[in-house]
Design a protein around this ligand. Sequence first.
Ligand code: AKB
Length: 332
Amino acid sequence: MNNKTIILILGACGQIGRELTVALREIHGTSHVIASDRYANRTDVPNYMQIDVLDGERLKHVVKQHGVTQIYLLAAMLSAKGEQDANAAWNLNMQSLITVLNIARDEKLDKVFWPSSIAVFGPRSLKFNCPQETRTDPETVYGISKRAGEYWCNYYYEKYGVDVRSLRLPGLISASAPTGGGTTNYAVNIFHEAIKHQYFECYLEESTVLPMLYMKDAIRAIIKIMSAPSEKIKVRTAYNLGGISFAPCDLAAEIRKYIPDLKVVYQPDHRQVIANSWPASMDDSGARNDWGWAHEYNMAAMASAMFESLKAIKKPSLDHYPEFLIEDVAAI
Ligand code: AKB
């Protein structure tokens, strides 16, 4: 670790943020990793501060005051929620990125991480083994903001030398935080409902295959791309990232190995349209060749790890999360 590294995580209470904060603190130490989110009074999280990513002045002040050298910008409105308020989604997703890129340029930050998504693809993209370069044509405001954001990252790198790195993340599965506002959330929620009720109402059709990743793999990917030497990063928009692909019926069959009585009812809603527009699997050979990405968890290993983690939680349902963290889930 570099003693001068001071990391600021924006969106540290979210699904990625919670695990990334822990992982980065294991590497750099808690005092070198500032966790921040829009929530006040997180006295349970050490080295935490409340920051609204749309408040550029405060963000700049914090960066200067604490000598921040790297920012991980994780705050965003995801695909399904974004469709409910397109302007708010665009504003949050774009304005926060431009603000962070400007600060990175002006304050000469070492590096920035900003996640893109498989949502940059659309119905005219290749469905299987979707390549890095293909038609994108995203059909959600979230996907449009991610595609535009990729170009902004490339622009700031080319024009100002800002070392911003990005991954097109697939659906992420984890036990440590609820999911908020995404289309791929069913793959997390099914575990909770299977344990609690042995019953799950799935908002996607049983055969809808989507690219997914266990969170531990995603965190490894983020840490790996961020620690790769700059010359290894050949894609300055965002790298395709894949790992596993499955449909709700595949996941249900895997979960039935642990909970044989699980009943799943399929009731596709507006999220089905979004899922239909996304690829089923990703060609992430660029990430594998350029900086050595490799996933470790297949679906069986992911499910086993999920049950292991959820066993450690006394009341394994969405109820065990603090109220403020489930507000986005409840909104969908
Ligand atoms: C979503 O479902 O919106 C996200 C994503 C694929 O970026 N999980």
